[in-house]
Write a protein that binds this ligand. Structure first.
Ligand code: CTP
Length: 398
């Protein structure tokens, strides 16, 4: 993920400094070169020895050592990115005021690379107007702030101000600096989740789709610069990620109408929703009472959204469909590719372990209109989303 990137990690004095150890490990594991600079207070929480061992580089703590001067300017120039995590309230205030009384501050002041900070403090400090003002000042200098999270705090209280988890910080770095923005300016429509077809005010016909795969695709598209409209059935997940506008729908008809309205303006459409194929022909206005021994429901076919979009697709638009099958998977997928005028069909077979509804993993095969057929191993849905978006991008710019 960070292969060949040079990351300078600044650690200031906060109990969250223990998470910096994990941060260094994750950065090194993902291919980055890491150097660490610490404030004097940070050394009360974690030792330079631990961090130099993990980062495989000496850790800088002092501006002057035994009559010699540490070159903070070159350190700032060495880095592709400086990350200060945790950023304590005290170091934040010093940065906002331009103070320079330790090695971390001197390095930050002379860094020419982008800077990201991950604050960590107790809730009352986090919400204090001076902290708000100091963070705003840092942002006005161009520094990016990884939002602090809500959770258990060093005080034993529960609230805002907890430093983001190392994995979240890494994701933030990747999204902001190291991810190709290859979909900048592109408009995308994504459907996700199940649909619910009402029988009466309390019952519906639905399916087990959670919406996880569609949400993961929408998030990957947004991370790569696209503006995403996510038409979402009543699944168990959602997203608040910037770049994604969520429109909640219930029924196949509502999803159809939302998609038909959005489709003419988009460059890409990904139909990952598990849309009901049939809907009750009548919807009782009152709850259906248990009277007869048998009960028959008449169903009518819903409109096929993918098919409708395929029929009106214009040049340059990339249309992606899904096929969830239990038998003759390959034949059905190829048939859907052709008959629905899709550019790409993502097949997942319910016969594969860890694939399909509800799981956090998926195992897919992609069929493309020019005959490519790519089978992937089982992966987390976020990774699967990357694979799908890679193929979409490839097709968009082919
Ligand atoms: N789809 C759709 N509108 C529908 C039904 C399905 O847009 N009313 C889309 C799904 O979002 C998916 C693709 O069509 O991208 C395939 O869905 P699937 O249920 O596997 O196939 P169907 O076309 O419904 O065919 P069948 O159920 O016979 O396999």
């Amino acid at each position: 993920m960070f292969q060949g990137k040079k990351i300078l990690l600044g650690i200031s004095g906060s109990i969250a400094a223990y998470k910096s150890i994990l941060l260094v490990r994750l950065l090194i594991k993902s291919g980055a070169a890491v150097k660490v600079v610490m404030t004097p207070a940070a050394q009360d929480f974690v030792t330079p020895l631990t961090l130099s061992t993990l980062s495989r580089n000496p850790v800088l703590t002092e501006l002057f050592t035994e009559g010699s001067w540490s070159n903070h300017v070159m350190l700032g120039r060495w880095a592709d990115l400086m990350l200060i995590a945790p950023l304590s309230c005290n170091t934040l205030a010093k940065m906002a005021g331009g103070h320079c009384d330790n090695m971390l501050l001197a390095t930050w002041l002379s860094a020419t690379c982008p800077v990201v900070v991950a604050p960590a403090m107790d809730e009352d400090m986090w919400h204090h107007p001076s902290t708000r003002a100091n963070l705003q000042k840092l942002e006005s200098y161009g520094n990016l702030v990884v939002p602090a999270e809500n959770g258990e705090l060093a005080s034993g209280l529960y609230g805002d101000g907890r430093m983001a988890e190392p994995e979240t910080i890494l994701q933030f770095l990747q999204d902001h600096f190291f991810l190709k923005k290859d979909l900048e300016g592109k408009q995308v429509l994504v459907t996700a989740g199940p649909t619910h077809e009402p029988l009466d005010p309390v019952r519906f016909i639905g399916n087990h789709s959670s919406g996880k795969m569609g949400v993961a695709i929408a998030e990957e598209l947004a991370a790569r610069g696209a503006m995403v409209k996510l038409v979402m059935g009543p699944g168990s997940v959602t997203t608040a990620r910037p770049g994604i506008t969520v429109q909640q729908v219930q029924t196949a008809l509502e999803m159809y109408e939302a998609c038909m309205a959005a489709f003419p303006k988009v460059d890409i459409a990904v139909m990952s929703a598990a849309v009901a194929d049939y809907t009750p022909t009548t919807r009782a206005t009152e709850k259906i009472k248990k009277t007869a021994d048998t009960f028959t429901i008449e169903l009518a076919k819903t409109r096929d959204i993918l098919q409708s979009l395929g029929n009106q697709k214009h040049n340059g638009q990339v249309l992606v469909g899904f096929a969830l099958e239990t038998t003759n998977e390959r034949d059905y997928a190829l048939n859907k590719l052709k008959s629905k005028h899709a550019d790409l069909i993502v097949l997942n077979s319910l016969n594969d372990e860890g694939a399909g509804f509800g799981h956090d993993t998926n195992k897919i095969t992609i069929f493309e209109k020019d005959g490519n057929e790519i089978a992937y191993p089982r992966k987390p849905k976020q990774q699967v989303a990357k694979d799908i978006v890679d193929r979409i991008v490839n097709m968009l710019y082919a």
